[in-house]
Design a protein around this ligand. Structure first.
Ligand SMILES: *[C@@H]1O[C@H](CO)[C@@H](O)[C@H](O)[C@H]1NC(C)=O
Ligand SMILES: *[C@@H]1O[C@H](CO)[C@@H](O)[C@H](O)[C@H]1NC(C)=O
Length: 475
């Protein structure tokens, strides 16, 4: 594969200089507009030969003397097209009248040392229509050698994927699809050597996007929709854009009827492209990117209600619709019985989008750093009957991974109280009761004391000076 690319790139760089020998004649294939260099044959014995370049055997078009002086023909169609470098002749921007037979003659003194023949053969590579086209339209590709040499080269085509087109024909017509967008290659085989002529075809389409997108309340939601980077909006618009819209169909609606379909945005196709908001659902778009063909929507944080299908569509005047539907899934962590727990309690955690995950999507749990709960491997959506402790308090994270790429992550904060706090409640309760009892006791004692101080004489009288029984005052 690497070798193939390497060889291709080498050949590419030589497009203008495609030399091969047919017997003694060097054959070069070129397109109108190419820059072609005819290399002077090397001759070891000659130090500074005279070099003469002739067209069609009798028209001298350029020469180089032994002192390095050059001469160029000043007549059309050669004027200002030729350049000599070390005796080799370069023809810039070759046109119809410049194709044909060339001779390079080397002389030393009056003696002709060598005479080499070159043939520049015109090759026409074209696509019809040359303008961008819509899928479904007919596309003709043609690769023709204008003046076939005695040994006609064989010609075949490679599609943008690099596969050989079945019918080995110079010209063929196909119904365009998105796979036909890209660089086609006409391959000319001459004397067992392949020469490649690229031609670009633009079949308007939308860039590939994943069918499922994942977001969460903690991560960004981007719903991509754009034309391929190889195209410009101008090219797409040239094919007759009538309408560009975004629609949303919530996941909750079971019946996929268009009744539930909401239009989110539509593009106003004036001189300046601007989005008009219908039911935008808080989603945003980048207006500056629209001219580049980026129709993507985004929001910095996902929401539970974002679940559903989003459709981006471009309707053309001929009735064709290019569209891409993406299903958005929202990742959530569901705790049972809740996020506030007491040490020792059983906890179930579920990380889910509400739908089964595709087989190539993996889930990973990240408990708080201090947590000592071992995570199962491979990670499962349900973590059941976890016996939580205080150290499991904090942020629990669950991530979705696909081919070493994190799709999204959801988070939840657990608060786990020590079990002791129940006993503490008991202790506090008991303490309160004791204090209450003490208060009551103090109160009773106080009351009793008060009563004693209110009738001190009576008590004295009663106790210290009791009236002697049978004793009467006589005064
Ligand atoms: C399109 O715009 C979105 C939102 O700004 C951005 O995230 C995304 O990378 C852009 N895509 C392309 C292909 O430029
Ligand atoms: C946790 O899941 C298990 C198994 O599904 C179940 O028996 C148990 O009742 C669940 N516990 C809680 C607190 O939801």
């Amino acid at each position: 594969m690497m070798m193939k690319i390497l060889i291709q790139s080498v050949i590419f760089s030589l497009i203008a200089v495609l030399l091969s020998t047919a017997g003694d004649v060097k054959v070069i294939y070129a397109k109108v507009g190419d820059k072609v260099t005819l290399t002077k044959p090397s001759h070891k014995k000659l130090d500074n030969p005279y070099v003469y370049w002739d067209f069609d055997s009798n028209l001298r078009i350029a020469s180089l003397n032994s002192m390095g002086g050059t001469m160029y023909i000043q007549a059309e169609p050669w004027k200002n097209k030729l350049a000599l470098s070390g005796g080799s002749l370069t023809i810039n921007n070759i046109q119809a009248g410049n194709f044909g037979t060339f001779f390079c003659t080397l002389t030393s003194g009056l003696q002709t040392v060598s005479k080499t023949e070159y043939k520049i053969i015109q090759i026409n590579v074209s696509a019809n229509p040359a303008a961008p086209l819509l899928p479904g339209e007919h596309l003709s590709l043609s690769c023709k050698v204008q003046t076939p040499p005695s040994a006609k080269p064989s010609i075949h085509w490679l599609n943008p994927l690099g596969d050989r087109v079945k019918d080995n024909k110079e010209t063929f017509t196909i119904t365009a699809t998105n796979q036909h967008n890209g660089q086609w290659m006409c391959v000319v085989t001459h004397d067992k050597t392949e020469y490649k002529y690229p031609i670009s075809v633009t079949v308007v389409g939308l860039a590939p996007a994943p069918s499922h997108l994942y977001t969460s309340a903690n991560s960004r939601l981007t719903i991509p929709c754009s034309i391929p980077s190889s195209m410009s909006w101008k090219e797409v618009n040239s094919t007759g854009v009538q309408e560009v819209q975004w629609h949303f169909l919530p996941k909750s609606s079971q019946s996929h009827t268009s009744d539930n379909r909401q239009r989110l945005f539509h593009l106003s196709l004036g001189d300046k492209l601007t989005w008009k908001t219908d039911d935008g659902r808080g989603l945003q778009h980048t207006d500056s990117d629209v001219m580049k063909g980026n129709l993507s929507l985004y929001r910095n944080k996902g929401r539970k209600e974002d679940r559903g299908n989003y459709t981006c569509s471009i309707t053309f005047k001929n009735g064709m619709i290019l569209q891409r539907t993406m299903s958005v899934e929202v990742l959530q962590i569901f705790p049972s019985p809740g996020t506030q727990l007491i040490s020792g309690q059983q906890l179930n955690l579920t990380c889910s989008t509400g739908n089964p995950l595709p087989s190539d999507v993996q889930l990973k749990w990240f408990p708080p750093q201090e947590s000592s709960i071992p995570m199962p491997d491979p990670h499962r959506a349900h973590l059941n009957n976890l016996e939580v402790g205080v150290s499991d308090s904090g942020m629990w994270r669950c991530e979705l991974w696909q081919n070493s790429k994190c799709l999204t992550s959801a988070m939840i904060t657990l608060k786990i109280e020590p079990k002791l706090s129940v006993w503490m409640l008991v202790i506090i309760g008991s303490a309160a009761v004791i204090i209450l009892l003490l208060l009551v006791l103090t109160f009773i004692l106080y009351r009793r004391r008060q009563r004693k101080t209110r009738y001190p004489r009576h008590r004295l009288c009663q106790c210290k000076n009791p009236k002697p029984k049978g004793f009467y005052r006589t005064t």
